[in-house]
Design a protein around this ligand. Structure first.
Ligand SMILES: [Zn+2]
Ligand SMILES: [Zn+2]
Length: 309
């Protein structure tokens, strides 16, 4: 059954602690395509506990150049090299992140033993990153309200359309191998009839995850997240530190909930928890957000979420 899995590798913000490593999320679909969103320090430790392999990762997307989102990258690549990764890896992020990656890693890339493809992402845009059997995964990015150039990402899996057998009967053609062609070409001629995919199918199911990285409440993120199955939103502070949140380009739990409500998402996952909230103190963030948006979860390291289509 098509599904998307998510493992929280780092749910904290600013500095890693015993309880929470910094921002990192591993997302993998039923075909095995695997994306790492941000690479906070120590990401490998939780990757091993998950347990997942550094070789599983196909695409790394980084939101911005702050250390709590990128400090794990160099170690991750070194481990890939030491354990003899062969398949190419794609790293995407704003220009400052790609520059950082190249400067620190390119000197050793000859010894990495595998190819790195860089995607320089600016402002906003959209890209199909994986396509198989008519299903596709699209990455869309938009500015976050944090540092200059910080990005937020939306991952959207779109299943191929489903053939409606009734409609097929109505136009008088029989199902056959030509249907495989139809998913690629969208229009085929069969039994002297022009058949378009749209005319005999219903749209495929969609699952989407939006990840903000660090951000203050942000109009472009509301647009990006519209209708998402899951929104993973910055929730660094509780409401009493609202002034600090805005001044530093972060959000309170309540801000995250208001964005979730405005963007009409289905579920909200709070992350980037400040190290000041230890243990059960972090539930304060959860309670504040839930008052506004009931379908809220609070991220903990190694938490797993599974989304079925
Ligand atoms: Zn951060
Ligand atoms: Zn930051």
């Amino acid at each position: 059954m098509p599904h998307v899995g998510l493992t929280v590798l780092g749910s904290g913000g600013v500095i890693p602690t015993n309880e929470r490593l910094t921002s990192s999320f591993l997302i993998y679909d039923w075909r095995g395509y695997t994306i790492l969103l941000d690479a906070g320090e120590g990401v490998q430790i939780n990757l091993h506990k998950a347990p997942k392999s550094v070789h599983d990762i196909d695409l790394i997307l980084i939101t911005h150049e702050h250390g709590d989102h990128i400090n794990g990258l160099a170690g991750l690549l070194q481990s890939m090299a030491v354990t003899r990764r062969e398949s190419p890896l794609t790293i995407g992020g704003p220009p400052s992140v790609i520059e950082f990656s190249k400067e620190t890693l390119e000197a050793t890339s000859k010894r990495l033993g595998f190819e790195i493809n860089y995607l320089v992402l600016e402002n906003e845009g959209s890209l199909t990153v994986n396509k198989a059997g008519g299903d596709k995964l699209i990455v869309t990015w938009a500015p976050a309200c944090h540092t200059q150039g910080s990005l937020a990402y939306r991952l959207e899996w779109i299943l191929r359309p489903r053939i409606n057998m009734e409609k097929l009967k109505e136009i008088g053609v029989r199902p056959g191998p030509w249907l495989t062609d139809l998913f690629e070409k969208r229009t085929v001629i069969i039994d002297d009839k022009i058949v378009s995919l749209d005319s005999i199918s219903t749209p495929g199911k969609v699952v989407s995850i939006t990840y903000t990285g660090d951000t203050a409440p942000c109009a472009s993120i509301i647009d990006l997240a519209k209708g998402s199955t899951l929104l993973i939103h910055d929730s660094t502070y509780s409401s009493e530190l609202e002034g600090e949140a805005i001044a530093r380009g972060h959000s309170t739990a309540e801000h995250a909930a208001l964005v979730a409500q405005e963007a009409t998402v289905e579920n909200l996952l709070l992350f980037h928890v400040s190290p000041r909230y230890r243990g059960y103190e972090a539930w304060k963030l959860y309670r504040e957000a839930r008052r506004v948006f009931p379908k809220t979860m609070l991220a903990w390291d190694l938490m797993n979420i599974r989304i079925s289509f």
